[in-house]
Design a protein around this ligand. Sequence first.
Ligand SMILES: [Zn+2]
Ligand SMILES: [Zn+2]
Length: 361
Amino acid sequence: MKTKFFLLACFFCSVGLMAQNMNNVRIAGFTRDNSRKFIHVPNLMGYKTLKCDFHMHTVFSDGVVWPTVRVDEAWQEGLDVIAITDHIENNPSKKFVGGDDNSSFDIAKPHADKKGILLIKGAEITRKMAPGHFNALFITNTNELDTPNYMDAFEAAKKQGAFIIWNHPGWKAQQPDTCKWWDVHTELLEKGMLHAVEVFNEQEYYPIAFDWCDQKGIAYTAASDIHGLVQNQYDLNKQHRPMTLVLATENSESALKEALFARRTIAWFGQYLAGKEEFLREFFMASVKCNLMSENTKEKVYRVSNISDVPFLLKSADGVSIKIAAYSESMVEIPLTSNGTFEVTNLFIRSKKNLSAKFPF
Ligand SMILES: [Zn+2]
Ligand SMILES: [Zn+2]
């Protein structure tokens, strides 16, 4: 009897082995699935909040990745919009890769279309200070911006309908001891050739640039200026890359362009937001909800939910500190002696002005 069972088992085993391909066996689930993270930010004031990074490089200037990699990174991280902004005047890879100043966009565009990432055509005008470095977005032919005189490059960009951002104004390689607004920046502003500034770039921010945005009516932006892989620069398990949130009527190039020229932006970097007071207030109020849970003779206890990936750090003039954690619920105790007025210390309108808000929100 035992022998019969043994023979039967051998028979079924051999049938199983025969069914298996001996040449090539793929292990299901062994490689990373092609999933996309959600970035949690509220839509505001009837607009869609687009998550955008308008500054990055590829092998077509001094970056180290192929243009399609930038699209895959943006897809995985949950971004809606990117602009590849290779340096026009600085291309150390030129002797190894062919093409012209339009190549990185031309290579990435079909891949971006396939993945549903809005790829904006851009380039970095790369000059010594002053005026410094600028990203021109929505251009149509990058080669026309490659001119000996920098003002001719700005003229060409303007003629193509560009939205122009002053990049990393306080970068120490160009302004080692200061972050100065030069006369040429006033000239560019007056000629309609300067529309925004990076208040944050890669890993640093320039508080004085918040004041420029407020005083000169230019848009707040934040960008990665990534040259290597995003995952090597930022810990994506704990944070998002820096980005500009744009309040647009829809996710399309024309709506994005309209929103940028209307300056409907918020710069987001780490736990900080910088932007116009009305947009920061809307963002805060749309993110946070308070529920009173209990009350005694000393304090009120609230459960505060936050649907955004931005934490909120609050401090009152009478010394009460509150942390509302990102995308979670927090228990918050407010002493009855508190008048309920708080500064949101990680939300900047100007270098020395935070958003203020009255509790309960
Ligand atoms: Zn630069
Ligand atoms: Zn750059």
